[in-house]
Design a protein around this ligand. Structure first.
Ligand SMILES: Cc1cc2nc3c(=O)[nH]c(=O)nc-3n(C[C@H](O)[C@H](O)[C@H](O)COP(=O)(O)OP(=O)(O)OC[C@H]3O[C@@H](n4cnc5c(N)ncnc54)[C@H](O)[C@@H]3O)c2cc1C
Length: 472
């Protein structure tokens, strides 16, 4: 059973079915409301002649600021090229240059061009279109669309299936959670509203650990102050093609291709110093044909990026933390696996390297699908674990933005500990426990990294205690 029909869930379902499994795929929201569908820049893989998995690994480790689980990053960097070829075999057509060679984009933190894209900046849409058509026509995959997983079923301490909607129970050998991230827990976000971490709460209720919840990436360039486009993401690849950032007086203030956390902080410092609500992205020198859907979306909102600068500010974008799992997606609960953005293998450390997340969906999606095949037949009687997760209120989202935003301190985080939403409280507890600043987690009361916390992941146990652990 796979819960979630984004890149990770669709690919895992296809991989399991290719091995002869019968798969049920549950998806709460329409395809166009997944983060995967919205992905613009592309997927990172060492495909260029001047690139290698070793170089990709070095960049991933550098971006993750001493917290990347090296074994997970090695798996990603070594296996991403093969998963890219799988996608090509499935019919995804990636963009080529005018000589017919694969066109690779450059994004922040990457030292070479290694981001494969499709339809310019419509990568997610192109991939999902292909994968969902394959899933829909596959005899061994049953699609339960518009249905929500409301609890995991437990039998003898193992996950034995999923409760759907008001009470339908489905048993399965293995349940693969692919429910996406939790960035919509913050009020200003690039994510679809469904990305509020329901899978994390389902897994937690079943007894799985959650890890690294204090690390949420704020994307530097989300549109602000443009009606109908609040939070709309302008891909980092646009800066890779030469777009520049300017303050209100037109001055450049940062190297636009530094890793995301650094660029986001430079933007906030500039906004604060000048008392301005945004900075300006100048993409007038970039070929509009390279990013057709970004340009079209802005033009629809009355702003022409070929002629004028675009007002941008950081927004919450990607949660590095999630359901703690091993390199095959296995969680602490037997029969329960997690993949894609809801999972935390430790791969991204304190700061995800741009475009590593789509690759993660395919690399670890396949691994988990294969590993789930070996689980035993479930017991016939199983009971739901916990209540259905509910979405955060507007007040919770504002509070999370205010108290667990780009910069945090103990006072604000303690206030967030009293929030009614369980995930907001867990984010606060994890951020409070990490008394240092590292990557995406910046504490104004602990402004420096603590070397004693290198390679130490924060894990929230089922009883709510945050501990720091080293992962092999
Ligand atoms: C605007 C934007 C641009 C991005 N660009 C890039 C990029 O260029 N490159 C890159 O690598 N990454 C990018 N990312 C990040 C990347 O898209 C995501 O990390 C990745 O797509 C997550 O895929 P997923 O399959 O884990 O989750 P999602 O694609 O979010 O899918 C989650 C699925 O789970 C379902 N679901 C959730 N809860 C339940 C439930 N309780 N019951 C049933 N179904 C449920 C949802 O309906 C959905 O089908 C971008 C993200 C955004 C928001």
């Amino acid at each position: 059973m796979v819960v979630g029909a984004g890149a990770a869930g669709l690919f895992a379902a296809l991989c399991a079915a290719a091995e002869g499994a019968r798969v049920a795929l549950v998806s709460a929201r329409p395809l166009a409301e997944t983060a995967s569908y919205w992905a613009q820049g592309g997927l990172a893989a060492a495909l260029a002649v001047d690139d290698s998995p070793a170089l990709h690994l070095e960049d991933t480790l550098a971006a993750g600021r001493g917290l990347v689980r090296r074994s997970a990053a090695e798996v990603l960097c070594v296996e991403a090229p093969e998963r890219f070829r799988d996608l090509e075999r499935l019919g995804v057509r990636f963009d080529a240059d005018r000589h017919g060679r694969l066109a690779l984009g450059l994004e922040g933190g990457h030292r070479v061009r290694r981001v494969a894209h499709a339809g310019g900046s419509a990568t997610g849409r192109r991939i999902l279109r292909e994968l969902s058509a394959d899933v829909a026509s596959h005899d061994a995959i049953e699609v339960l669309e518009g249905r929500r997983a409301t609890a995991l079923l437990l039998a003898d301490g193992r996950c034995a299936g999923v409760q759907i909607d008001a009470g339908e129970r489905r048993l399965a050998r293995a349940v693969v959670l692919a429910t996406g991230g939790a960035a919509a827990l913050w009020s200003r976000t690039t994510n679809p509203p469904g990305s509020y971490g329901s899978g994390l709460l389902l897994a937690r209720a079943a007894g799985a650990g959650l890890a690294d919840l204090e690390f949420v990436q704020f994307h530097p360039t989300a549109v602000t102050g443009v009606k109908g486009r609040e939070g709309f993401l302008i891909s980092e690849a646009v800066r890779g093609e030469g777009a520049t950032l300017h303050d209100g007086s037109g001055e450049r203030f940062t190297d636009e291709l530094r890793p995301r956390d650094e660029v986001a902080r430079a933007i906030v410092a500039t906004m604060r110093a000048r008392g301005e609500p945004c900075v300006w992205l100048d993409m007038r020198a970039v070929d509009p044909g390279r990013f057709p859907n970004v340009v079209a979306a802005l033009r629809e909102a009355g702003l022409d990026p070929a002629r004028e600068r675009v007002p941008v500010a950081p927004a919450s974008h990607y949660v590095m933390g999630g359901i703690a799992c091993d390199l095959h997606g296995r969680t602490a609960v037997g029969g329960l696996l997690a993949i894609g953005e809801c999972a935390c293998t430790g791969l991204h450390g304190a700061n995800r390297l741009a475009s590593n997340s789509l690759s993660e969906c395919f690399v670890f999606g396949r691994r988990a699908a294969l590993s789930g095949l070996g689980e035993p037949v479930p017991a016939h009687r199983a009971a739901p674990a916990g209540d259905p997760p509910s979405p955060p209120s507007r007040t919770t989202r504002e509070a999370t933005w205010q108290h667990a935003g780009l910069e945090r301190d103990a006072e604000g985080l303690e206030r967030l500990l009293g929030d009614p939403h369980p995930l907001a409280r867990l984010v606060a507890a994890s951020a409070l426990a990490r008394c240092e600043s590292r990557g995406a987690h910046q504490r104004t009361d602990f402004p420096a990294p603590d070397p004693a916390l290198d390679d130490r992941h924060s894990v929230v146990s089922p009883d709510g205690v945050v501990s720091v652990e080293t992962w092999a």
